[in-house]
Design a protein around this ligand. Structure first.
Ligand SMILES: [Zn+2]
Ligand SMILES: [Zn+2]
Length: 137
């Protein structure tokens, strides 16, 4: 994954006695496509906000960040958390990536491979599972 510098820009506002920290963290990620395994770079910007508290709150709230020594906040740590939370669960080089052929591994984005479509890959997986189950018992 990443390892380009992360830009963080933020402001702290005092809203009726409550400190609200809003920032956005921006970086370029080095990604690997989940479908075709191609690496690519992607700009990612994650907005984040939380409330700042000087004392430990009675109720647990993920949105409340306790200030260290009542004064400091670890922006780097917050930015890291924001990225973890904001990360896409699926990383694709493009929305319509065709992925790799499950049989020969050819990149189907470059064109169809020479495999014949005999078995639906989902059924093939099922057949394999059943096969394993039988050998285990
Ligand atoms: Zn892809
Ligand atoms: Zn193929």
């Amino acid at each position: 994954m990443a390892q380009e510098p992360v830009d963080v820009e933020g402001i702290v506002q005092n809203k009726a006695g409550v400190l609200v920290l809003s920032f956005s963290a921006r970086t370029t990620l080095n990604c690997v496509c989940d479908r075709c395994t191609k690496s690519f770079r992607k700009e990612k910007e994650i907005p984040f906000h939380c409330y700042l508290a000087t004392e430990k709150q009675n109720e647990e709230n993920d949105e409340i960040v306790l200030l260290e020594d009542g004064e400091f906040v670890d922006l780097e740590d917050l930015a890291r958390t924001a990225f973890v939370l904001g990360m896409d669960t699926k990383i694709l080089c493009s929305e319509d990536c065709k992925g790799l052929c499950p049989r020969c591994g050819a990149d189907l984005n470059l064109g169809p491979c020479s495999c014949k479509k005999e078995v639906d890959p989902r059924l093939a997986v099922l057949a394999k599972l059943l096969e394993n189950k039988e050998t285990n018992e």
